[in-house]
Ligand binder design. Structure first.
Ligand code: FAD
Length: 467
């Protein structure tokens, strides 16, 4: 853990004037709370910021950026710090720009089915706000009770419903962004069709706080599905479960979520929830279906029962009550912590491969597990080829730590060899930085560098991330 030297008194006074004295945090104890996020970064990677600044408006962000730019001070934007790759960790100290006071939902435009909101709004709050008007904001990262819209945009967050409804990028219609020098850029708007200039909105989605500070966002919405159901389908092998998902999608039965877990995950869930497994269970799908009403759900459920039957399922359960639905979802939602409880440390990864390569990448991960002698439970979003392998280890043991890093290297290599990516939804941040250049290649790297240099010529925005 590194601590940086204090900022100039004049600069601090400037921040106090910009956002109000009470919104500039300087006490060592309090700023320490802004030195970490939900990633698996070792402690010595982290740095305590010199100051935390909490703006309330776009104008305040702009004033802070003007001062930071003038003094060449690093600025790390921060939402709820639920990021998994160290994105909001202030690697070079400087300012943490906490967006947690910008929590207004500004306009719900039901006629155009769009909503605009500030970056600090929690995902679940926007979802619930829209749902009360019969509208649906689909992006639903597992962290949606805490994660913020700004963080979701910066990471292009996905979620369980991505298989049917897509990811954050698919809903962002326009942005207001404060650039590194404090100028305010507006992109996109309510016109559904818009090819006026480059797609600057798309450029900022997934840019991990390295190109600008999102201060407002406009999202499109969908009609809220009237009914939802949950199914649990058990197989002997991951191959069978993956084949079942492929068959469903090919036949035009698209569940709104298709979550997969392997045998090790099932064991973790059984241990955590004190339940027992079907004999021979080696993989499980938790499927969510939605539609216009109970008849539509019944029809989908019957088709899924038939398709998974042909794929060799050994168990099928459709939740009949709200309690059963909750219990089935709780298995999936509790999975991350259930898996984490199996070892002192867990290196959780987030690779993505073409859907057809899902079984092969799981086979390769199993081979890596055997070669390194470490357990690597795999769960993920089978419908979109996004997996979360968890390398279980004890990092206090140098030999295990070395094998765990070898396993992570092998997992990334397997993903890239199979035409996949380093990250499906968590971004590059700090943890995947060493792999970034190799994954995108020299030409793309230069294009990225040119974009970064154009928008943030002094490289003060979230330094140390991606690059
Ligand atoms: C239990 C758990 C489950 C998760 N499940 C999922 C999942 O299903 N899908 C998924 O995609 N992710 C998931 N995540 C990861 C994480 O929740 C998402 O990346 C989320 O979008 C981060 O939002 P945040 O508000 O916490 O952002 P932070 O972690 O605070 O920041 C993330 C990045 O966004 C930048 N940033 C934040 N606000 C702004 C802004 N206003 N302008 C510019 N940059 C900004 C930060 O600098 C940082 O680079 C999960 C995390 C946890 C802990």
């Amino acid at each position: 853990m590194t601590t940086c030297t204090a900022l100039e008194p004049d600069l601090l006074e400037g921040f106090r004037e910009a956002v109000g004295r009470e919104n500039v945090i300087e006490s060592p104890l309090e700023v320490f709370g802004y030195s970490y996020d939900a990633s698996f970064l070792p402690l010595d990677t982290r740095t305590v910021p010199q100051v935390v600044v909490r703006p309330r408006t776009t104008a305040e962000i702009s004033r802070v950026m003007v001062l930071a730019h003038r003094s060449r001070i690093p600025v790390t934007p921060r939402g709820a710090a639920s990021g998994r790759t160290g994105g909001s960790v202030p690697l070079q100290g400087g300012i943490v720009l906490a967006l947690d006071r910008m929590t207004s939902i500004l306009e719900l435009d039901t006629a155009n089915m769009m909503v605009s909101a500030e970056p600090g709004v929690r995902t679940i709050d926007l979802h619930d706000h829209c749902a009360r008007q019969g509208l649906f904001f689909p992006p639903d990262p597992g962290s949606w009770k805490v994660s913020t819209l700004g963080g979701n945009i910066a990471e292009n967050a996905g979620g369980m419903r991505a298989v049917k409804y897509g990811v954050t990028r698919d809903y962002v219609m326009g942005l207001e962004v404060v650039l590194a020098d404090g100028s305010v850029l507006e992109t996109g708007g309510k016109a559904v069709k818009n090819v006026t200039g480059y797609d600057l909105t798309g450029l900022f989605v997934g840019s991990e706080g390295t190109l600008g500070i999102v201060s407002r966002a406009l999202f499109r919405l969908r009609p809220l599905p009237k009914a939802r159901g949950v199914l649990r389908v058990v197989f002997r092998t991951m191959d069978e479960a993956c084949a079942a998902v492929q068959a469903m999608l090919l036949e035009g039965v698209t569940p709104s979520a298709a979550e997969i877990m392997d045998a090790a995950c099932l064991e973790a869930v059984a241990l955590a929830r004190k339940t027992s497994l079907e004999a021979g269970a080696g993989a499980c799908l938790i499927l969510e279906i939605d539609g216009d009403g109970p008849e539509a759900l019944d029809a989908q459920s019957r088709r899924i029962e038939a398709i998974t039957g042909q794929a060799g399922r050994i168990g099928f359960r459709a939740a009949a009550t709200r309690e059963e639905t909750e219990a089935l979802w709780a298995e999936r939602r509790g999975l991350s912590s259930a898996v984490a409880a199996m070892a002192p440390n867990r290196l959780g990864e987030d690779i993505s491969v073409p859907r057809s390569a899902f079984p092969e990448v799981v086979r390769r991960i199993n081979a890596i597990s055997r070669a390194t002698g470490l357990r690597i439970p795999v769960f993920g979003h089978a419908g979109d080829g996004n997996l979360h392998p968890s390398v279980l280890c004890d990092l206090a043991d140098p030999d295990q730590a070395a094998r765990a890093h070898e396993a992570v290297d092998g997992i990334f290599k397997a993903a890239l060899e199979l035409g996949g990516t380093l990250s499906g939804e968590h971004g590059i941040g700090v943890s995947k930085r060493p792999y970034f250049a190799g994954a995108v290649g020299p030409v793309s790297l230069e294009a990225h560098r040119a974009v970064k240099g154009a928008l943030d010529p002094l490289w003060i925005l979230n330094p140390g991330k991606i690059w």
